[in-house]
Each structure stands twice: as structure tokens, then as C-alpha cells.
Design a protein around this ligand. Structure first.
Ligand code: HEC
Ligand code: HEC
Ligand code: HEC
Length: 410
């Protein structure tokens, strides 16, 4: 059984439902072969837009790819130029705003299952080319109801805190001291390729310092391996050629072949890129530091602290936020909260076991009595009591939770 906090999950990427896989760009004709549209088609391929924006058995880009999260799912919208159900009414500015800022035409924050955190690095020129390509497609009428997340995750305002923590807007800046091909590789890997969406680990605190890490992550039951230059667990022992060949064919001879989510990335995206671009990406990947300084500099949390953090991110962070700050007027902060840092952990445990009815202008907090075992309740209580500057004693225990449960049943 897997259960990952929505924030973390959204950072590491939303995994496409297996039933949605198998879209093929091969059926798309580039239309009237305008150079800008052709360039746009190539860039859309590098961005693997088709994998998500195509439903099972549906027309390419007409929407419906299902993205699972533990809090419900999203269906990717129709991005063919149909005026009512697609992006027919969008201007190139609207489109760039979606790519660069993650804001849709209605001015709403988009859920980061759409990888705008990475696409923000795409240049205006390239965005315009992708726009031109999509606009030249046959319009398909297909209304998609995007949002199937459960409350409160379905609320777009719930993204406000997330964006503040995890999203930095900004076009890719090339490094003048590096070669053109290294810069091209960096642009593709960090931007359209959104490789980090799956290959970067989640930070226990939920921060996006992980953005450049590439040291491997579990994603919806799959493990996306370390693709940094680490010699033992990363790509350190692969030659640049081997990496490029893997991205082209899905095979590293005698060693490995794609079998999971990467198979689709290769099929729909990297196998269609030019050898020069694949070589550039491989060159860039070979220079990713084996371990980010951010990871080694931070104190390694104890195992129980990590367990508590994971449970907190899974069950609490969507409302109380990754760093316990809450959201003004909506969810109370747990950092510096008297009920949390009291000498006795009872208050936190009661809040989790019983939930809290609507009061003080807050919405109700759900009960976790049936979702969490005693040990898990205690681990979360200890975590919130000792994190983000809270300095209470980690004295919650499973027997105490059991006692509170028994009292509650009477
Ligand atoms: C990992 C899956 C995924 C990939 C890859 C992806 N998208 Fe999306 N996209 C989504 C989801 C989900 C939404 C809906 C987000 C929302 O409404 O909050 C979306 C929304 C959009 C929208 C807004 C449409 C609307 O009607 O609101 C545009 C435009 C878009 N994507 C373009 C692209 C382009 C161009 C690419 C490739 C460069 C791409 N997407 C790649 C999942 C994806
Ligand atoms: C949708 C999630 C996802 C995305 C996006 C993704 N990968 Fe992967 N990747 C995986 C998974 C999962 C594996 C494990 C094998 C598999 O799925 O076939 C993998 C395997 C790999 C491997 C083989 C590593 C090994 O040790 O065997 C390489 C290299 C790789 N990916 C590079 C990339 C690059 C470069 C990009 C960006 C262009 C990328 N991946 C984008 C999920 C992803
Ligand atoms: C669906 C959103 C939501 C989730 C998930 C959630 N909470 Fe809450 N929590 C609230 C709201 C809203 C309140 C304020 C309720 C009220 O006062 O009416 C609250 C109040 C609290 C309080 C009391 C704070 C005070 O100032 O009195 C504690 C302690 C708490 N939550 C801990 C947790 C823990 C630990 C978890 C995870 C197991 C969690 N919450 C999960 C929404 C949530």
C-alpha cells in the first residue's frame, strides 16, 4: 500500500495511469509543414505533452490522460484548437502564461501535475512554436472535466502555499562558461524533459531544493533510479553514448531495459529526439554532481523522525502545510501552536483521533481514528511537537493513543 503526501507527490510528478499509456504521436501530421510548426512538434515531443494530454484510445492531445494521486485524480485537458473544449480561444500569451507561470486562461493556478515547474524554463520562442504546432492540429471536440481531487485538495487556493514553497518562475539561463551542447542538454533535461519530476527524491521537509538532485525517487510504486553522475548508484559508470542510446532505444546493452514509466517516456519522447540532442542531454547528465551539497549539509534525521515526517506529509501537510505554517484564516499553523507544544501530547492526539468540528471560522478537521494505527498517531504527534522550531518533548506513545481511543469509545 502506498500513500504519499500530495505536496511531495506533486513535486515528484503525478504518475499517468497505466490505462492511459500508449499514446502515439506518429499519427499526427505536422500539417502544412510550416517551419515553426515543425519546430513546435519537435519541442512538444521533447516535452512529452502527448503522454498526459491523450486519453486511453482517444485522439492525440484531445485530453483525458488520468493522473493518479492519493487524493483523487486529474484528467489532463484537451489542448487541440477546439474553441469550446480545447485551446482554440487561447492566444500565444495565454499559452505562454500556462507554460511559464502555471496559470490557465481563467487566471486559475494550475495543479502542478502539469509540469510547469519545469516548463517555466522554456523560452518564449519555443513556447510560441509549440503553440503554433498545437494550433495547427485538427480541432477535436472533447470536453474534459479536469478536477477529480477530493476536498480540500480540489481547491485551487490550496495551491497557493504550494507555489510559494516549491515554484520558482524563470526561463533557463545558459552558462557562458560551458559549451553550447552542454547548455542545450541542460535546457532539455531541466525544462521540457522534466526528468527531475520523476527522478528527484522527496525531501522530508517537502522542500524543492530537490530540484537539481536527480538521486532517485519512488513514484507510485515504481522507482525512478539515481541519474546523477554517482559512480555506484547513478550514471557514473555509463558512458555518454550509453545514456544517449538508452534514451533512444530504452536499452543499455546487457544491463537494463525500460519496463515501467520510463518505457513511455522513451517511446513518446526521447526516442524521437535527434542524436545531437540526446548526446547533449547525456553530456549534461554526466555532469550532475553525485550528491547535492544540500543533501550532505543537512543533518540526517533519525529514522523515527523520518517516519513521522512522511506520515505528516501524507496526512496533514495538505492542510497544515509542509512546514506547519498553516494558511491564514483557513488552517491553523502547528508551528508555535500552544496546543501542539503543551507538555502533554494529549491535545494533538485528540485532534487526530476525534477531528475538530467547524469552529472559529475554520472548516472542520477530519478524524484520523480509523486511518492511522496507534503507533502512527504517536509518530505524527512527536514529529509536529519537535519540528519547525517546536521544542516539546517527543513523549507521545502508542499505549497512550490506545488509552485515548478506549476512553473515546465509552
Ligand atoms: C505529467 C502530465 C502532463 C504533461 C507531461 C503535460 N501536461 Fe499539460 N496539463 C496536465 C494537467 C493535469 C493539466 C490540468 C492542470 C489544471 O487545470 O490544474 C494540464 C494543463 C495544460 C494546459 C491548460 C489547458 C486548460 O484548458 O486549462 C495547457 C495549455 C497544457 N497543459 C499544455 C501542455 C503542453 C504544451 C505540454 C508539453 C510541453 C504539457 N501540457 C505536458 C498534465 C500534463
Ligand atoms: C514519468 C516519470 C519519469 C520521467 C518523466 C523520466 N523518467 Fe527516467 N525513469 C523512470 C523510471 C520509473 C525508471 C526505471 C525504469 C523504467 O521505468 O523502465 C527510469 C529509468 C531511467 C534511466 C535508467 C537508469 C538506470 O539506472 O537503469 C535513465 C538513464 C533515465 N530514466 C533518464 C531519464 C531522463 C534523461 C529523463 C528526462 C528526459 C527521464 N528519465 C524522465 C521514470 C521517469
Ligand atoms: C482537511 C484539512 C486538515 C487535515 C488533513 C488536518 N487538519 Fe488539523 N486542522 C484542520 C483545521 C481546519 C483545524 C481547525 C479546526 C477548528 O478549529 O475548527 C485543524 C486543527 C488542528 C489542531 C488544533 C490546532 C489548534 O490551534 O487548536 C491540531 C493539533 C491539528 N489540526 C493537527 C493535525 C494533524 C497532526 C493532522 C494530520 C494527522 C491534521 N491536523 C490534519 C484541518 C486539517
Amino acid at each position: 500500500m502506498r500513500n504519499t503526501g500530495v505536496f511531495v507527490l506533486l513535486v515528484t510528478g503525478c504518475l499517468l495511469d497505466a490505462a492511459s499509456a500508449g499514446a502515439s504521436a506518429g499519427t499526427q501530421s505536422p500539417g502544412a509543414a510550416q517551419p515553426i510548426e515543425q519546430r513546435g512538434e519537435y519541442l512538444a515531443t521533447a516535452g512529452d505533452c502527448i503522454s498526459c494530454h491523450t486519453g486511453p484510445g482517444g485522439k492525440p492531445f484531445a485530453g483525458g490522460g488520468r493522473l493518479n494521486t492519493p487524493f483523487g485524480y486529474l484528467l489532463a485537458p484537451n489542448i487541440t484548437p477546439d474553441p469550446e473544449t480545447g485551446i482554440g480561444g487561447w492566444t500565444a500569451d495565454d499559452f505562454y502564461r500556462a507554460m511559464h507561470e502555471g496559470v490557465n486562461r481563467r487566471g486559475q493556478d494550475m495543479f502542478p501535475c502539469m509540469p510547469f515547474v519545469f516548463y517555466t524554463r522554456v523560452t518564449r520562442d519555443d513556447s510560441d512554436a509549440i503553440y503554433a504546432y498545437l494550433r495547427a492540429l485538427q480541432p477535436v471536440r472533447n470536453a474534459v472535466d479536469v478536477n477529480h481531487l477530493r476536498f480540500p485538495f480540489d481547491q485551487r487556493w490550496s495551491m497557493a502555499g504550494w507555489r510559494e514553497l516549491f515554484f520558482t518562475e524563470g526561463t533557463f539561463k545558459s552558462d557562458p562558461t560551458a559549451s553550447d551542447s552542454w547548455n542545450r542538454g541542460a535546457y532539455l533535461v531541466e525544462g521540457l524533459g522534466h526528468c527531475s519530476a520523476c527522478h528527484s527524491p522527496r525531501d522530508v521537509a517537502g522542500g524543492i531544493e530537490t530540484r537539481h538532485e536527480y538521486t532517485g525517487a519512488e513514484i507510485d510504486g515504481w522507482f525512478a533510479p539515481n541519474i546523477s553522475s554517482n559512480l555506484h548508484v547513478g550514471l557514473g559508470s555509463w558512458t555518454a553514448d550509453e545514456i544517449a542510446t538508452y534514451l533512444k532505444t530504452g536499452v543499455r546493452k546487457g544491463k537494463t531495459t525500460t519496463f515501467g514509466p520510463m518505457a513511455e517516456v522513451v517511446h513518446n519522447s526521447t526516442s524521437k529526439l535527434t542524436d545531437a540532442d540526446l548526446a547533449a542531454m547525456a553530456q549534461y547528465l554526466k555532469t550532475l554532481p553525485p550528491e547535492s551539497p544540500l543533501r550532505t549539509a543537512r543533518a540526517v534525521p533519525s529514522e523515527s523522525q523520518q517516519r513521522g515526517a512522511t506520515l505528516y506529509l501524507d496526512h496533514c501537510a495538505a492542510c497544515h502545510q509542509a512546514k506547519g505554517r498553516g494558511m491564514p484564516g483557513i488552517f491553523p499553523p502547528l508551528a508555535g501552536n500552544g496546543a501542539v507544544i503543551a507538555g502533554d501530547p494529549g491535545n494533538v492526539l485528540q485532534a487526530m483521533l476525534n477531528g475538530i468540528p467547524m469552529q472559529n471560522g475554520y472548516i472542520p478537521m477530519p478524524s484520523f481514528a480509523s486511518q492511522l494505527r496507534d503507533q502512527q498517531n504517536a509518530a505524527i504527534a512527536n514529529y509536529v511537537r519537535t519540528s519547525w522550531g517546536n521544542t516539546a518533548v517527543a513523549n507521545a506513545s502508542a499505549p497512550e493513543v490506545a488509552r485515548l481511543r478506549a476512553a473515546r469509545a465509552q
